[in-house]
Design a protein around this ligand. Structure first.
Ligand code: DAH
Length: 344
C-alpha cells in the first residue's frame, strides 16, 4: 500500500496541465468514484488493526494532497479562461460609462454666447477682483454717491475710496477694461461671476453670474440696442416673445432702460413666476454715458454705443422653472442630473 501511495504521490506531483479536459481526466483517475484513491480506501478496509493505525493518517493526507493539487490547477484554468472571455467575446455587453452633465447655468451661458456670436459679438473676460476705478469710478459712479449703495460690495481693501479693492459687483467692469485697452468699434459680450453682500435666500445669493454686452461704433443709436436685444430674445425664448422697455437709471448709461419679456411660463396670462403681471424683467441697458467713453479714452463726439447687462440665473430660472437660487450652488446630484440630456 505504501508503495502505491508513493508512486501516486510522485505522479500527482509531476502532473501539470492548463487544459480543462486533461484536468478532468486527472480527477476521474485519482479522485473519481471509481478512482485510484477510492481503491486504496477499499483496500484499507481489509488490512489489520496495526496497519490501520499507520495508514489511516497517511491515506487521508494523501487524499487531501491530491484534492488540493486538483483545486489549484482548476483555479488557474478558471481564471485564465475568464480573461480570455472578456478579451475575445465580442458579444458580452459593454461596461456602462456614466457621463456627467453640464450645469444649467453653463448651458444657458453657452446659449447666450452662441446667439450673440451669430450677431457678430466676440467674448471677453475680466478679473473677479477689481479696483474701484473699473468697478465704479470709470463707470460714472461719483465718489461717496449713494448710487454705490445700489450694490452691496464685498471689499478686500477699503481705503479712501479710489484705491479700494473689491470683488466685482457686476460685469460692467469688463466694459471699462475692454475700452481702455482697445480702439472702437467694440462689439463684445462678457460673461462672468459677480459678488454682492446679500443674505442667502431663495431669491438672492452672495454670488451670481452676469453677461455684459457692449457695442460702440460711429452712429450707434437706441434703435440698434432695441433691435439687437429683440433678436436675442426671439432666439432665446422663441419667435413671438414680446419685449418692452421701461425707463430706468444706471450711472453708466444715459438714457437707461430695463427690458421685460412676456412671461415664458404663462405666455403673458399671469402666473407665480411673473407675479401675475405677464412680464418678467431680464436685463438693464442703455446708451453708454459719454462720461464713461471719455473715462476710457474714447472720443464721445465721434463714437456712441449701447450696453446691457443680464443675470444668467434669472434667465435660467425662467427657462427651466427653477424657483430657488440656492440649487445652483448646492451640487445636489438629484438636481444636476436632470440636465443630462443636454450634454454635448
Ligand atoms: N451692471 C448692472 C447691474 O449689475 C446691469 C447693467 C445695466 C449693465 C445697464 C449694463 C447696463 O451694461 O447698460 O445691475
Amino acid at each position: 500500500m505504501q508503495d502505491k501511495i508513493d508512486q501516486y504521490t510522485a505522479e500527482i506531483k509531476a502532473f501539470t496541465s492548463a487544459k480543462a479536459d486533461e484536468l478532468e481526466a486527472f480527477r476521474i483517475k485519482y479522485l473519481g468514484t471509481k478512482g485510484l484513491i477510492k481503491d486504496l480506501f477499499e483496500q484499507f478496509k481489509t488490512v489489520g488493526t496495526e496497519e490501520k493505525r499507520t495508514f489511516g493518517k497517511v491515506l487521508n493526507e494523501f487524499k487531501q494532497f491530491a484534492e488540493s493539487k486538483y483545486n489549484e490547477l482548476k483555479d488557474s484554468i478558471d481564471s485564465s479562461t475568464a480573461t480570455e472571455d472578456t478579451e475575445f467575446d465580442m458579444t458580452l455587453p459593454g461596461e456602462g460609462v456614466s457621463v456627467g452633465s453640464r450645469h444649467p447655468l453653463s448651458l444657458i451661458r453657452n446659449e447666450i454666447i452662441d446667439i450673440f456670436k451669430r450677431l457678430g459679438f466676440v467674448v471677453a473676460e475680466g478679473p473677479e477682483i477689481e479696483d474701484d476705478w473699473h468697478n465704479f469710478s470709470a463707470l460714472n459712479f461719483p465718489e461717496e454717491h449713494p448710487a454705490r449703495d445700489m450694490q452691496d460690495t464685498f471689499f478686500i481693501k477699503k481705503n479712501s475710496g479710489t484705491d479700494d479693492i473689491a470683488l466685482r459687483t457686476h460685469t460692467s467692469s469688463v466694459q471699462v477694461r475692454m475700452m481702455e485697452n482697445g480702439k472702437p468699434p467694440f462689439r463684445a459680450i462678457m460673461p462672468g461671476r459677480v459678488y454682492r453682500n446679500e443674505a442667502i435666500s431663495a431669491r438672492a445669493h452672495c454670488f451670481f453670474h452676469q453677461v455684459e454686452g457692449l457695442y460702440v461704433d460711429e452712429n450707434v443709436s437706441f434703435s440698434d440696442l432695441k433691435q439687437t436685444l429683440y433678436s436675442f430674445v426671439q432666439e432665446l425664448y422663441g419667435e413671438g416673445t414680446k419685449v418692452r422697455f421701461r425707463p430706468s437709471y444706471f450711472p453708466f448709461t444715459e438714457p437707461s432702460a430695463e427690458m421685460d419679456v412676456s412671461c415664458t411660463i404663462c405666455k403673458g396670462a399671469g402666473c407665480n413666476m411673473c407675479k401675475h403681471s405677464g412680464w418678467v424683467e431680464i436685463l438693464g441697458c442703455g446708451m453708454v454715458d459719454p462720461n464713461v467713453l471719455e473715462n476710457c479714452g474714447i472720443d464721445s463726439k465721434k463714437y456712441t454705443g449701447f450696453a446691457f447687462g443680464m443675470g444668467i440665473e434669472r434667465i435660467t430660472n425662467l427657462k427651466y422653472v427653477i424657483r430657488d437660487l440656492r440649487l445652483f450652488s448646492e451640487n445636489d446630484v438629484r438636481f444636476l442630473e436632470q440636465f443630462k440630456t443636454e450634454i454635448i
